[in-house]
Design a protein around this ligand. Structure first.
Ligand code: DAH
Length: 331
């Protein structure tokens, strides 16, 4: 009985000190193996007088159970240690992961255009794709019986006020001016919808960028200079633009912007129509509560697909929406 406690203590100390799983197995053998010291102690049980056997047996079994528990605990400790990396991990190191995926060409073109406008102090504004008649048409001086509505037929939804999918980002001009007093300098990239069949140059949904600049004394010259700056940045220094008189109900005067450079020449053309623009109509200012005697402004809108097609020499607009990896991986 007197040998049990010191032997147990020695075994527990050796188990706890074992530095590896192999060392632990060795220590286990030294005490509990066939030739082990603790096993030898147990063997002595048989030599004890009968009346001492129960107490000694109980003590030795309890000690053995303790040793086995200590072994198991140390074993899982060492297993965990073995599973940890040998070198400490520096979590502040930059990752080695390869970049996954890439930006869609339309996103790339949009970001380039927006970056260019930011240099001139424009900020990005946003508005809903599900619009109402008022913001898409009426507030832009296009009442229900106006012929311009025919060219912008769209998809109508069920619900109160007959919501529709916006036909242009121009609706965001109204939403921003309703909320904020002048001066305003915004660009609005976004998705628009038209009731149209899909072919090489048309799709029922596409993307536009709208611009709106309102301040005192704003001129057509500012408009022309701004558009020229951005197109040269996005499509090259050889870009020429020209303004042709046009009609939009929310601008007066209104223009279409034609554009020319080597890319257009490559398509066998001299000029390509690229955007609509003009000086904000006084009625539009009235509709949003701006004083047209005090404030002046210009606005424009153009299609992003058109510009991306030009830039990359793409001849079918539908390629943008098919998500064919063979196409997307080229950008
Ligand atoms: N909203 C026109 C369209 O979708 C483009 C446009 C023309 C926007 C003139 C304007 C503008 O802001 O002033 O065809």
């Amino acid at each position: 009985m007197d040998d049990i406690a010191p032997l147990k203590a020695a075994a527990l100390a050796d188990f706890a000190a074992a530095p590896t799983l192999a060392a632990l197995e060795q220590a286990k053998g030294a005490y509990l193996g066939a030739q082990g010291r603790f096993t030898a102690l147990m063997k002595q049980l048989g030599t004890l007088p009968k009346e001492q056997k129960p107490a000694a047996g109980k003590a030795i079994n309890e000690a053995k159970a303790e040793l086995e528990a200590a072994l198991a605990a140390r074993r899982s400790e060492l297993e965990l240690q073995a599973a940890l990396p040998k070198e400490p991990t520096d979590f502040t190191l930059p990752g080695r992961r390869r970049p996954l995926g890439r930006l869609h060409p339309l996103t790339q073109v949009t970001e380039d255009i927006v970056r260019s406008f930011r240099k001139l102090g424009f900020v990005v504004a946003d508005g809903p794709e599900v619009e109402d008649d008022y913001h898409c048409f009426d507030a832009l001086n296009t009442p229900a019986d106006h012929p311009a509505r025919d060219t912008q037929d769209t998809f109508y939804l069920e619900g109160q006020g007959r919501p529709l999918l916006r036909t242009h980002t121009s609706s965001v001009q109204i939403r921003v001016m309703e909320k904020m007093p002048p001066p305003i300098r915004i660009v609005v990239p976004g998705r628009v919808y038209r009731r149209d069949n899909a072919d090489a140059t048309h799709n029922p949904t596409f993307h536009q960028i709208e611009g709106l600049y309102v301040d005192r004394g704003v001129t057509v010259g500012d408009l022309k200079g701004t558009v020229e700056f951005v197109f040269r940045e996005v499509l090259g220094e050889d870009v020429k633009i020209r303004f042709r008189p046009h009609y939009f109900s929310y601008t007066e005067p209104s223009f279409e912007i034609d554009f020319s450079n080597a890319l257009v020449k490559r398509m066998g053309k001299d000029w390509l129509e690229i955007a609509g623009c003009g000086m904000v109509h006084p009625q539009v200012f009235e509709n949003v509560g701006y004083d047209p005697e005090e404030w002046t402004g210009w606005a424009f809108g153009f299609g992003i697909e058109r510009i991306a097609m030009l830039r990359y020499g793409i001849t079918d607009i539908r390629l943008f929406y098919e998500n064919d990896l063979r196409f997307l991986r080229q950008f």
